[in-house]
Design a protein around this ligand. Structure first.
Ligand SMILES: Cc1cc2nc3c(=O)[nH]c(=O)nc-3n(C[C@H](O)[C@H](O)[C@H](O)COP(=O)(O)OP(=O)(O)OC[C@H]3O[C@@H](n4cnc5c(N)ncnc54)[C@H](O)[C@@H]3O)c2cc1C
Length: 472
């Protein structure tokens, strides 16, 4: 007899999974995962992400089996199919209760509400939990109960809460008497084989644990100094694992806090800076959950939806392929295209180049990133793009534009990272990276700069000024 179903989504783990723990405490449990390939295509899932998911599911099925819990993987191509499949599955196994951890983008919320209503109507109770963030949306609010739209006060409140509460990951669930169902995880979805990218992004849970341990033991102390240098390997690279919930953000925080308490000699700046990034992750998801217009492709600053962006396919293509002639921009785009991941500093540089110097709509870049990133996550991606484009919460002011040549000098001073990504530039000297226009004839196989930075900067400033005048 199976009493409970856990519907797994972006919480693909056994440790610190509130829905799973609660279900197992209440009775014999089975897990289900719905493959929503049609909706994921509409949501621009990247091949790297699709393949990574299949590997994670394999690893999760093994972990669940050790607890005696089966994992049923069902083809349910569209989010609208979820209700029927979950009802049918609950009838097949005779389960009376469905457990799941909330997801916050609009389509997911609408789907979940439909499922919730339909299952309860049909005698299957639903129990909802939160697992994707350290603190769920609406739990960090201003004193007057309204949501934050600026990061710094949000962070202050978040930290006060984290210090006040003794945050503990949930204990490992107790093994149940084994239940076996026919589990079959497909070898391919979205026309992508499960093996695609497996050397770069192993899907097993042990790998995520190892990444976290290595980061905490060896890198976090220098994180504040090294995180901006793409050649340094100074960040955790946990983003794909956090985005599918392979590892828990609460567990990340708990371990960082434990280290902080034990760290009586060294400075805690690295730990504090890293925790700040986990807070950005919470912040952008809160903003998304509280503003449904964002899920509909609208800007956070509603008035900026009236901006008339440049439409220039050739420019967009050159940016996407990493052929702009600005080495640091091209190195970032080539890292994305060949690995499914891009260093945060480069995400900022490439997104600013597209939205500021090329003045192309941030939504085009947002979509391109989602369709290539292994860690593609709506809230963080949208937040990052709107930050760069000056249309979002806490966005950079419109007149602040990263100059890609100065960024290159500061964050890849000897061009180590650029050379790794662009073989044509393997012998170029650092002066080239700081002024590729003047020295272009030195490397003829690499494209010349596609724009005059100064002219495009001026043009963008004028457009913004004109736009702002239309508002007054
Ligand atoms: C234009 C743009 C698009 C982005 N798109 C995504 C995306 O689709 N998915 C994604 O996970 N992150 C995105 N980010 C945020 C950030 O670039 C990545 O989270 C980070 O590079 C992942 O590397 P890491 O795991 O080594 O991060 P670390 O530096 O080790 O940080 C730890 C974790 O904190 C979170 N985090 C770090 N920085 C941010 C941030 N600025 N906003 C929100 N969360 C953050 C991530 O979960 C990350 O794994 C984007 C940033 C920009 C500027």
């Amino acid at each position: 007899m199976i009493d409970n179903i856990v519907w797994l989504r972006s919480d693909l783990r056994v440790r610190d999974n509130p829905a799973l723990s609660s279900a197992m405490e209440q009775g014999p449990t089975a897990c289900v995962y719905l493959l929503a390939q049609k909706t994921w295509s509409q949501h621009h899932w990247a091949p790297y992400k699709a393949a990574f998911l299949l590997r994670v599911l394999e690893s999760l099925a093994e972990q669940l089996a050790k607890l005696g819990v089966p994992l049923q993987v069902i083809d349910a191509p569209h989010f609208d199919d979820a209700t029927d499949h979950l009802l049918q599955f609950s009838r097949e196994i005779g389960a009376k209760k469905l457990f799941f951890n909330r997801e916050y983008p609009l389509d997911e919320k609408v789907r979940d509400e439909k499922v919730h209503n339909a299952l309860e109507k049909n005698g299957v109770a639903c129990e909802l939990h939160d697992s994707f963030l350290v603190f769920p949306p609406d739990s960090i609010l201003k004193d007057d109960g309204s949501p934050y739209s600026v990061f710094t006060p949000f962070k202050r409140k978040w930290l006060a809460r984290a210090e006040g509460e003794n945050l503990r990951s949930l204990p490992y669930p107790q093994r149940q008497q084994s239940i076996v169902l026919d589990t079959e995880i497909p070898g391919e979805i979205l026309s992508t084989k499960a093996s695609f990218g497996q050397n770069l992004w192993p899907g097993n849970h042990k790998h995520a644990d190892d990444l976290l341990e290595t980061f905490l033991n060896r890198k976090i102390d220098h994180y504040h100094n090294e995180r901006d240098f793409p050649a340094a390997d100074g960040t955790s690279k946990l983003s794909p694992y956090l985005s599918l919930g392979v590892i828990s953000p609460r567990e990340c925080l708990e371990k960082a806090q434990t280290l902080q308490r034990a760290n009586s000699i060294n400075s805690n700046e690295g730990i504090e800076t890293w925790v700040s990034e986990l807070i950005w992750r919470d912040f952008y998801t809160h903003v998304l959950a509280q503003n449904s217009r964002i899920s509909r492709g609208k800007a956070f600053k509603a008035e900026t939806d009236k901006i008339e962006w440049n439409v220039n396919e050739e420019w967009f293509e050159r940016w996407a392929k990493g052929e702009t002639g600005f080495p640091i921009v091209d190195a970032g785009m080539r890292q994305l295209n060949t690995t499914g991941w891009m260093h945060n500093r480069l995400r900022m540089i490439t997104s600013q180049f597209l939205t500021k110097h090329l003045f192309i709509d941030w939504r085009r870049g947002e979509k391109y990133f989602l369709s290539h990133l292994v860690d593609g996550e709506f809230a963080a991606n949208n937040g990052g793009w709107q930050w760069s484009a000056s249309t979002g919460t806490d966005a950079v002011p419109y007149f602040r534009m990263f100059n890609p040549l100065r960024q290159s000098e500061r964050f890849d001073p000897d061009g180590t990272f650029i050379r790794e990504q662009i073989p044509d530039l393997i012998d170029a000297n650092p002066k080239f990276f700081a002024n590729s226009a003047a020295q272009h004839d030195l490397v003829s196989s690499y494209p010349p700069p596609m724009i005059n930075l100064k002219e495009e900067r001026e043009r963008t400033l004028k457009r913004w000024k004109r736009f702002n005048q239309t508002l007054s």
